[in-house]
Every structure is written in C-alpha cells, then in structure tokens.
Design a binder for this molecule. Sequence first.
Ligand code: ATP
Ligand code: MN
Ligand code: MN
Length: 351
Amino acid sequence: MRKLASIQTVNAAEPIPNADAIEKIRVLGWWVVTKKGEFKPGDKVVYCEIDSLLPETADFEFLRPNCFKPARTDAAGAVVLPSGFRIKTIKLRGQVSQGICFPLNILPAGAPTDEDADVTDALGVCKWEPPQTGASGRARGSFPGFLPKTDETRVQVLEKVLERYQGVEFYLTEKLDGTSFTAFIREGEFGVCSRNMLLDTTDPMSTLVGVAKRLNLEERLRALGAARGFEVAVQGEIIGPGVQQNKYALKEVALRVFNVFDVSAYRFLDHADVLTAIAEMGLEAVPQLGTLVLSHGVDELVALSEGMSVLNAKAQREGIVLRPLREVDDHYLGRLSFKAINPKFLLKYDE
Ligand code: ATP
Ligand code: MN
Ligand code: MN
C-alpha cells in the first residue's frame, strides 16, 4: 500500500543555483524544495507524497491559494472526494519539487513517530485522484480475487531495493496514460474488469467491454488457453478517444497489453513468453523500450523516464515501467515491477 503521509528522515540538503531563500532536501528518493534551513539532514519530518489531499485544518491553511480543490460529488450528489489541499509536482527556480515536509508537531497526540510509520489516516490525508474520463461501464461485482490488480510502485520509495538489484537485467516499457483493463477466462467463463471492478459484459455503453468485443478477446483467450493447457488472462491499458484526454491523439480506442497471466496457476508469464503469447493472440504490447543492466539510482531512473511517447512524438510520455527480464531468486520481494514517472509529464498534465 502506498503511504501518502509517513515519518521520514531528511537524507541531504543541497543548494539550488541562483536561489538564496530556498534549497532542496531529499526524503526517500524524492527531492523537495523548502525554505533554506527549515529542515536539516537527520531531521525527522512528516513527508506527504504527491497526490496527497490534505484536510482543511489550520496547519495546512497556508496551502489554500495554490492547492485548494473543492469536494467532488457523483451524479447523485454524494461526496466521492472531500475538499482539501492537493500536493502535486511543481518546479521552483528550475528545480522539480515533489511532495511536502512538515515538522513532527503537526501530528495529533499518540500518532507514531518511528521511521517510516504511516500517518496518512492520523492526519486525515486522502489520495487525490484525477477525475476519470471514459466510461468503464456498469459493474457486476468487485475485482475477482483470482486475479492480481494492476499496480506499479513508485521508484522513489525503492532506493534500498534498487541496491539489491544492481547488476540485474531489466526490460523497460512505456507507461501509457489510459485506463487499466483485464480480460480473463476462468472455469470456462469470460470476464472483463476495470481497475477495481468486474464489469457487466452486456453493457453497451462500456468502452472496456466494447474493446473486448471488437477485438474478439474471448475467442483469442480461449485459443491461447487451449494451446497452452491453462486458462489465460491479459492485462493492459486502454487508450484513445474518450480516455484520459486521448493524449496520444489516436483515432480509435486501442488495447496495449503489459501482462499475460496463467489463471489456473496464479502465475505471470515471463517477459519472453508474454511477447510470444501477445503475438499468437494477434494483440499489441505496450511499447517496448529495450533492456538495461541496473547500475542506476532513483535520480538516474527518473532521468531515463523523460522522453516523448512512442505512440505520438508530440506527447510527453507518462513514464517507464521496469521489471527484471528473468525471475530473480529473492524470497523477500516476490515479483518486482515499478514505475518512474516523467516529471515533465506531471508538470504538463497534472492540474
Ligand atoms: P499510485 O498508486 O502511484 O497512486 P495508481 O495506482 O493510481 O498510482 P498509475 O500511476 O497509473 O496508477 O500506475 C499503475 C498503472 O499503470 C497500472 O494499473 C496500469 O494500468 C498502468 N500502466 C500503463 N502502462 C503500463 C505499462 N507499460 N506497464 C505496466 N502498467 C502500465
Ligand atoms: Mn497504485
Ligand atoms: Mn494510470
């Protein structure tokens, strides 16, 4: 689970060229611009990641002019996201700043102060979500337990993990900014899911169900399953008109696959096999950006995330996703997969 607000120690403080009143400090793998001298290396702070929505309390009131977001309601008028102050990626004097730090005295009595403690709930912090565009459609139930949900960890919280993976070969794909899609066969039945829901495959208004039908996914999954001797699921990103502002300016809605899953064994196919399976099904993978042997830290991977999209050279790519090319024998970690988000994408699109 992503900790939006947690207790962290300041690792470093560095000047920003041509700025005397501010400096940058490092918390986890993030750089945060602060008033000079406000925090020193070794200080414990409350760190709130980007996408934190801070409540309208006195401690956070100073954020109102730049960060206030009104409550969001659904069609029936029910509050789906409270009002508050939204923390996002900003640039100050040429320096990207991600997140915000506070002294520990903003914590309510009794809140934990040990390193890495999660204080999201104690502070009443919520996750700000961009308004979703595009119709995922009517739900038939919650996301099935026999499938993993799609998700990617942010590289900035993996500094120590990266150290353990130095020398390991990774493959890179472009992270697409659309909406998550899963289709599966399970005990002979076909199903389609959005990020968090099992969808009603009779809904004519659902973009996701529409793509599944147009691509004949049910048949393709059955054929692959028959050839391999197990039931198959595919997971990918739906992009195109009506989805997340169609940043790639596509003419038609498309599916780009990033996972193929053996439902019978609850197992991800490995990379080479995924590409073969996608080709056999006649589907398209997310853009493949090659491989690297890890000798990188967080900042280097964030720098690598910068670039234009393979799908449209005029669009900043959202970022990259990295995964070990072959399964690494590491019992502590299981399957490693993470994202580095392009700061230029965040500065451009994140309102
Ligand atoms: P956070 O947890 O950081 O708040 P989030 O969980 O809401 O963010 P994203 O930042 O979109 O979601 O990151 C994960 C999603 O990225 C996956 O659910 C998947 O839909 C999408 N995605 C797009 N391109 C890829 C790709 N190439 N590989 C894997 N996932 C991808
Ligand atoms: Mn996530
Ligand atoms: Mn996304």
